[in-house]
Design a protein around this ligand. Sequence first.
Ligand SMILES: Nc1nc2c(ncn2[C@@H]2O[C@H](COP(=O)(O)OP(=O)(O)O)[C@@H](OP(=O)(O)OP(=O)(O)O)[C@H]2O)c(=O)[nH]1
Length: 188
Amino acid sequence: MLSERFTAALTYATQLHANQVRKGSGVPYVAHLLGVASIALEYGANEDEAIAALLHDAIEDQGGAATREEIRRRFGDNVTAIVDGCTDADTTPKPPWRQRKEAYIAHIPTASPSVLLVSLADKLYNAQSILKDYRVLGESLWERFQGRKEGTLWYYRALVDAFKKTESTVIIDELERVVAQIEVLASS
Ligand SMILES: Nc1nc2c(ncn2[C@@H]2O[C@H](COP(=O)(O)OP(=O)(O)O)[C@@H](OP(=O)(O)OP(=O)(O)O)[C@H]2O)c(=O)[nH]1
């Protein structure tokens, strides 16, 4: 069962990301955080993992080191370690796109089961979102991503390959199915 810690994380994440929207669509960013937490819970997340899902972009997008310490103070070392494992950069400006994504892929083999679950929930949500938007927008979708079409397709296939080498869970199969559907659309 989820306790008041989860409720506190829900409020904190909503406040932290209050002024952030999803790329291109203007959808409030909290929609992504709720979606990632929902997927993580459906695939068996415990409370710390569900809290980390709500906060997985907090260090990266909302305050770097200071936010990390606030997460540690409010939710403890375990949640902080999971959020850290899902963070591809905590500096401003962020390192170049390709370098960040390669570093993120390189850390997957040594990631903890908790980091893998939250990271997979995050990438599954984003892949589902790309597939849905691609069907509506067509090729113009890729303009919203730094990696454009080629880089984004490379990134998701590389993620699937890296996750598949870790201890297999059903969430990886679902991510692979969605990425394969994106690839079919992209090659048609
Ligand atoms: N699919 C999709 N992604 C969006 C949208 N709005 C924001 N994003 C975020 O954009 C990132 C991908 O955009 P890029 O331009 O390729 O990369 P960057 O933001 O990391 O530089 C994803 O981050 P990520 O590194 O893959 O994951 P995350 O950990 O930051 O969530 C995703 O979270 C949207 O409308 N659709």
